[in-house]
Design a protein around this ligand. Structure first.
Ligand code: KIV
Length: 271
């Protein structure tokens, strides 16, 4: 049963107020209606329809293949399940890097067709013009710095970013540029905790960390990792709260056994 149906919606302003009063922001990814309903009932502040759907829902190796239409489909399902959480949607690879006009039309499609409440884009100063244009149209934007998985072929690896001074300096410059452009928050992915602390203190807007230590204003995880659905994926930053892979595997094995042995359905499970 849903418990949040009468609750006021979290807004970008609520997130700013949470940072101001030092209340941490809890964010998880979601890609479908059922999961969104559970996470919304649990009280998550933000549900991110991440392009990690490309990995965990579609089985691709990277986030690059997922399309705008596919992101909109996932976002529509999540929006239908979320009555309290703010729903953000990733602009997928290839739908905003070309120019700011393309970025705006992709963001408008997401907002119009899914009913989500904002978008997230990967990148720093190089996408500031697009960020400004989207925000000018009234669409809230969250930035994403550090490990930006859409650039995996440029990085060549998923290891920690901005360990060297030059990259750390660029990240701090990018974070300030995104804030000045009007972003309401920024994700910091897989960077040293000390750097995330500096950025979180320098910015007045909230930072949301993933593999970026405890000093960010909020935390995000990919829900499938956090509930143990992604077999064998255990990076150091991940806290796995339940092992659903084992749970579902066991349930499926019991079901097979019951069907094969003619135990299911029994007398009470028929008409
Ligand atoms: O796509 C995603 O899941 C993300 C989070 C890791 C922040 O961008």
């Amino acid at each position: 049963m849903s418990v949040n149906k009468e609750v006021k919606r979290i807004t970008t302003r609520s997130l700013q107020e949470m940072k101001n009063r030092k209340e941490k922001i809890a964010m998880l990814t979601a890609y479908d209606y059922s999961m969104a309903t559970i996470l919304d009932d649990a009280g998550l502040d933000v549900l991110l329809v991440g392009d990690s759907a490309s990995n965990v829902m579609a089985g691709h190796e990277t986030t690059l293949p997922i399309t705008l239409d596919q992101m909109i489909y996932h976002a529509q399902s999540v929006v239908r399940g979320a009555s309290r959480a703010l729903v953000l949607v990733d602009l997928p690879f290839g739908t905003y890097q070309g120019n700011s006009k393309e970025a705006l039309s992709s963001a408008i499609r997401i907002m119009k067709e899914s009913g989500a409440h904002g978008v997230k884009l990967e990148g720093g100063t190089e996408i500031v013009e697009s960020v400004q244009r989207i925000i000018t149209a009234g669409i809230p934007v969250m930035g994403h710095l550090g490990l930006t998985p859409q650039s995996i072929y440029k990085f060549g690896t998923y290891t920690v970013r901005a360990k060297e001074e030059a990259e750390a300096f660029k990240l701090r410059t990018d974070a300030k540029a995104l804030q000045e452009a009007g972003c309401f928050g920024v994700v910091l992915e897989k960077i040293p905790a000390a750097l995330a602390k500096e950025v979180s203190e320098e910015l007045f807007i909230p930072t949301i960390g993933i593999g970026a230590g405890p000093h960010c204003d909020g935390q995000v995880l990919v829900v499938n990792d956090m509930i143990g659905l992604t077999k064998g994926f255990k990076p150091r930053f991940l806290r796995q709260y339940v092992n659903l892979y084992e749970g579902i595997l066991g349930a499926a094995q019991s079901y097979i056994k019951d069907v094969k042995s003619n135990d299911f359905p029994n007398e009470k499970e028929q008409y």
